[in-house]
Design a protein around this ligand. Structure first.
Ligand code: SAM
Length: 732
């Protein structure tokens, strides 16, 4: 890989001279760039190509021991050009399969002499050590190591941990021998490899095992690595079912082509239906959506018209279960790894409803012991569902499972089978996991409170007996001021703007140390024309505006245009809306609803509560900070990789409830406010510490007592601590 820079430069030079290559690289990057976790397309292509060459030589040498035709590789020397070498590999793939490894790829022939020389030294080394004669077990090791390096170097973002892949396969396969299983987005092939190994370890004949494990990916490079991952020395003369295809294009009628390694004969198989589909679905950020436009539109149009469709913000992965539906037999299992954002977002609501239409969701599994993907910040869930058998239509409960042990502790096959068995039977036998089985009707009741998913990982049935009302009955709920260019609207100290144009604002939860707080950052709020400022000699404000007048935003658009708003100057921000209460949209280790006293101006990182006339704000403030409300806040959102709770203003507006203050008489309201008063006099604490404070316990006891609640304070605390613990574990 030390040749990466040279190869990248060579690619750049040829790209400048060759429109065809230019177009190829442009489209390749547009399509697959997001998968590689880097920004320099030439460097990444260079790495991919070097790895591709190494793969070709290594594989051809290994193949030699099985197939003499592969000896052609030994005839490649420094005297051979890369283009000639590619011809030799092409012939090899015609003769003995492994097209996925031997075929050409974008710019593969563009190698400076030095890089080609080193690859030839590697080729010579492989000839000298006669790698084909190495013992099979060691060969497996070499193949594995190659995959590992390729994945680390090239596809570092979201490789599936092998343990998770094995667990997924274990939970999806019913008849180990005969089930046909597919991973349509196989990446480096971890999941199909686990499926193949599971079949072989159960004594299934290699021919039958290979014929029943299918792996597809639209990225050719992923396919090459997956071929390495799935190839075993004793499987080399058996055709593997690996194919380069877009998952959105697959139907049971799709013809998949393979080549038989022994005879070199091409054969095709109809995709047909699978007994199981298991996949770690692509993580495509919003910017990557464009290229999926048609596919998404097609899936969207196939969804039932009487149900809410998937909103624009939905991940690409959210569409795949519906496109894969026709590829699954009735009663067949679909197991997916998907971002946990579905637990606490509006798209998650629609996704859940649609899943229930097509599938019988059986298990929702999350980690309670650190992130499963160590190389990226995404937190994922494993969802296992069965395609609905419309004739039967029995809906079972959904099991919400928290794995309490880190994946490394489940690394041997037996431990994985024991874990999977506990999940299958809904019986916990040790400390490995907690399982909460919840009926669909019960989940439906929780949905009204926005607690139908995240909260279900812990005991929360007590919520259903509480006297709750929507918060929106008492407050108008809105997002804090969002005006587009923070640097201008929220100047840092030393800005020299005249005080008349500065308003206090609360900008970040870090500024909040107590339940009651005041806005004390600066906001630039100027509603006067430049001429008026000039006339009055207000040079502070003028200079401030001029600093940004020629500026551009992240997309290169002039600020004067990007900030243009009807009826306002481009530099104007209104600070008229004053909030009584604020809640961060990204809670950390503290949970609270802060009161702005007096009501004040808040920035975009807050959800703002504006009290309607006649509302007892002090009482509502206290109730919103009771342990019950804190649990509901935690349960409505989802935890991000940094341990932050993601909770949008919309969810609060749509779902947030509090204990009904209108049920209380004046004396009861007073008791609660009095019990809350000491909390206002001290700093906020992280949740675990907060719940240890005696004034907090007394306050919650008072709330429980006044409302005559059946649930104990300890039980609510336990639920809250467990739920926040799952979120915080993701930081590890
Ligand atoms: C999260 S990765 C899978 C990781 C894989 N299990 C592993 O261990 O490497 C998702 C894969 O989906 C592939 N992909 C994205 N969109 C696809 C599509 N429309 N059809 C097929 N594959 C797709 C990407 O190329 C990527 O390899």
């Amino acid at each position: 890989m030390q040749n990466t820079d040279h190869v990248a430069e060579a690619l750049q030079v040829v790209e400048r001279q060759d429109a065809h290559l230019r177009a190829e690289i442009t489209l390749w990057w547009n399509r697959y760039g997001a998968e590689y976790g880097g920004t320099d397309r030439h460097k990444i292509l260079a790495q991919a190509n070097i790895s591709n060459w190494i793969g070709k030589f290594l594989f051809a040498h290994i193949l030699q021991s099985k197939d003499s035709r592969a000896q052609a590789v030994s005839h490649i020397t420094t005297a051979t050009t890369p283009t000639e070498a590619l011809d030799i590999f092409d012939r090899l793939s015609q003769d003995c399969n492994f097209w996925t490894i031997f075929s050409g790829s974008i710019g593969l022939d563009i190698l400076p002499a030095q890089a080609w020389d080193q690859i030839q030294q590697f080729n010579k080394l492989l000839t000298n050590i006669n790698i084909g004669a190495i013992e099979q077990s060691q060969l497996s090791g070499i193949l594995e190591a190659t995959v590992e390096v390729a994945v680390r170097k090239l596809r570092g973002q979201y490789p599936t941990p092998p343990t998770l892949a094995s667990l997924l396969v274990e939970l999806c396969l019913n008849d180990i021998a005969s089930d046909r299983i597919l991973d349509p987005c196989c990446g480096s092939g971890t999941i199909p490899r686990a499926a193949l190994e599971r079949k072989l370890s159960a004594g299934v004949a290699p021919e039958q095992a290979a014929a029943s494990v299918f792996a597809g990916d639209r990225d050719h490079q992923a396919i090459q690595i997956a071929t390495f991952a799935m190839t075993k020395p004793d499987l080399m003369d058996i055709p593997l079912r690996i194919f380069p295809k877009d998952a959105f294009s697959l139907t049971p009628d799709t013809k998949l082509q393979f080549r038989h390694p022994k005879t070199g004969v091409l054969f095709s198989e109809q995709a047909g239906q699978f007994d199981a589909i298991a996949s770690n679905l692509p993580f495509v950020a919003q910017e990557g959506r464009k290229q999926y436009g048609d596919a998404i539109a097609q899936v969207a149009s196939s969804l039932p018209s009487n149900m809410p469709g998937l909103p624009k913000k939905a991940d690409i992965a959210a569409y795949l279960p519906f496109t894969l539906h026709s590829l699954l037999v009735e009663g067949g299992r679909l197991g997916i790894i998907i971002t946990n954002a579905w637990l606490g977002t509006a798209w998650g609501d629609a996704f859940y409803a649609l899943l229930n239409h097509y599938y019988d969701l059986k298990y929702v599994i999350t980690s309670g012991a650190g992130r499963w993907f160590q190389t990226s910040k995404v937190v994922v869930n494993l969802l296992i569902m069965e395609k609905k058998d419309n004739a039967k239509n029995v809906e079972t409960a959904i099991d919400f499972i928290v794995l309490k042990r880190p994946l490394e502790e489940l690394s041997d096959a037996e431990a994985i089978r024991i874990a999977a068995s506990q999940i299958q039977l809904g019986q916990t036998q040790d400390e490995t996991m907690t399982i909460r089985s919840v009926s669909r009707d019960t989940i439906e009741r929780f949905r009204a409170y926005g607690l139908g998913r995240t909260a279900q990982f812990v005991d929360c049935d007590w919520v259903l007996d509480l006297p709750l009302v929507p918060v929106r009955n008492f407050f108008d709920i809105r997002r804090g001021a969002r005006r587009g260019w923070e640097k201008m609207f929220f100047p840092t100290k030393g800005h020299n703007i005249e005080s008349g144009y500065i308003r206090p604002v609360i900008r970040s939860s870090k500024e909040i140390t107590r339940y009651e707080t005041a806005a004390n950052s600066d906001a630039f709020c100027c509603s006067r024309s430049l001429d008026a400022l000039e006339r009055d000699g207000h040079t502070g404000a003028l200079n401030w505006i001029r600093r940004f007048q020629n500026g551009v935003n992240e997309k290169g658009k002039p600020l004067v245009e990007s900030l243009a708003t009807k009826g306002m100057y481009w530099y104007e921000m209104s600070a008229d809306a004053l909030a009584d209460l604020v809640m961060p949209i990204d809670f950390g280790d503290r949970l609270f609803v802060a009161r702005l006293s007096p009501p004040d101006f808040a920035g975009q990182r807050f959800t703002c509560f504006d009290a309607r006339n006649g509302i007892d704000v002090s009482l509502c403030h206290a109730l919103l900070n009771s342990a019950i409300s804190l649990f509901m806040i935690e349960g409505m959102g989802f935890g991000r990789g940094e341990g932050v709770l993601d909770l949008s203003k919309d969810r609060i507006e749509n779902f947030m409830h509090i204990l009904n203050p209108t049920l209380l008489n004046a004396a009861q309201a007073e008791r609660i406010k009095t019990a809350f008063a000491p909390l206002l006099q001290r700093d906020l604490r992280e949740v675990a510490d907060e719940l240890e404070e005696s004034d907090r316990q007394h306050f919650d006891d008072t709330v429980f007592d006044v409302f005559g609640l059946d649930v104990t304070r300890e039980r609510v605390y336990e639920s809250l601590i467990s739920l926040i613990g799952i979120r915080q574990a993701a930081k590890q």
